[in-house]
Design a protein around this ligand. Structure first.
Ligand code: AMP
Length: 276
């Protein structure tokens, strides 16, 4: 089967890393490669511009593809979102010069708005709107007198600030997605399942700790696990081991609480795959 992967830009490396973590064994592509095979699976990756991925998928040139959700929505093409991939997060935002009196989306009615996302801007901004189609350096448009506001992708917000702009509204939360053709395709669905097991695992940690039996209830209340934590007897009388899956994002908060509840010998290990 064939999968389209962004040939450059910020989605390229994490997309290839996903193929790697899914165990497909992608051959390392050179900078100018247009395609690369995978060692462990009958999968060929085609390197194409992130903007072109929806077209390739819709036309059936590839079975599925990785690109930004913003690009998929802007394309307006008939493709299906199979899986959110957990990287490339950003938001499509409307922003105005810091000194502008505009504070709400409704106040942008009738404004001149520079964007390289004309379809999404027309769909998500209040009507009427005067769109100025620009490609690249959108943030400069207000300063050049080309527009009153912009619609552009933001991740940290520092580019907006550097250019004297202030966000007015978030229009779309985006991240990298796996897309397939509008009609479900068994191969694409199967690959989505493999990727899902990796994406889910990245968000989890396997926690192991020892505790006195008397502390088990308090500890289990802190780590309910995906179903229930495993509680295993230890050779030392009155002591047990508790094993549980915990969200990676909660670890910083959980560890001190577990120690306070009586846990010792706490081990936290990454999870490679999660299924079922
Ligand atoms: P690039 O090829 O590097 O321009 O990236 C294209 C895609 O990366 C965008 O369409 C988004 O889906 C994603 N992305 C993530 N963060 C940002 C950001 N701060 N600015 C632009 N694109 C971003």
């Amino acid at each position: 089967m064939r999968i389209a992967v962004p040939s450059k830009g910020r989605l390229r490396e994490p997309a290839i890393e996903l193929l790697h973590d899914a165990g497909l064994g992608p051959e390392t592509p050179g900078d100018r490669a247009l395609a690369f095979p995978c060692r462990n699976a009958p999968v060929e990756a085609l390197l194409v511009r992130a903007d072109d991925v929806p077209e390739y998928v819709q036309d059936g040139v590839v079975d599925c593809g990785i690109t930004g959700l913003d690009i998929v929505r802007e394309s307006g093409l008939a493709v299906r979102e199979l899986l959110r991939l957990g990287f490339g997060a950003c938001t499509l935002e409307a922003a105005v010069p810091a000194e502008s009196p505009v504070t709400t989306l409704a106040e942008l009615r009738g404004a001149r708005v520079a964007t390289s996302f004309p379809r999404l801007a027309a769909e998500l901004l209040p009507e009427p709107i005067d769109l100025v189609d620009v490609h690249g350096s959108v943030e400069l448009a207000p300063r050049l007198g080309l527009a009153d506001a912009i619609v552009d992708l933001v991740s940290s917000g520092s580019t907006l600030r550097t250019n004297g702009l202030r966000s007015v509204a978030k229009l779309l939360e985006s991240e990298a997605v796996l897309i397939g053709p509008a009609e479900p395709l068994a191969d694409a669905e199967q690959l989505a399942g493999v990727f899902r097991s990796v994406v889910d695992a990245r968000g989890a940690r396997y926690l192991m700790l020892n505790a006195p039996e008397s502390a088990v209830d308090a500890i289990c209340a802190l780590v309910p696990g995906s179903r229930a934590p495993s509680v295993l007897p230890l050779s030392e009388p009155g002591m047990v081991a508790v094993h549980s899956l915990v969200p990676a994002a909660d670890v910083w908060r959980l560890l001190p609480q577990l120690e306070a509840a009586g846990a010792s010998s706490i081990l936290l290990v990454p999870v490679e795959r999660m299924l079922g």
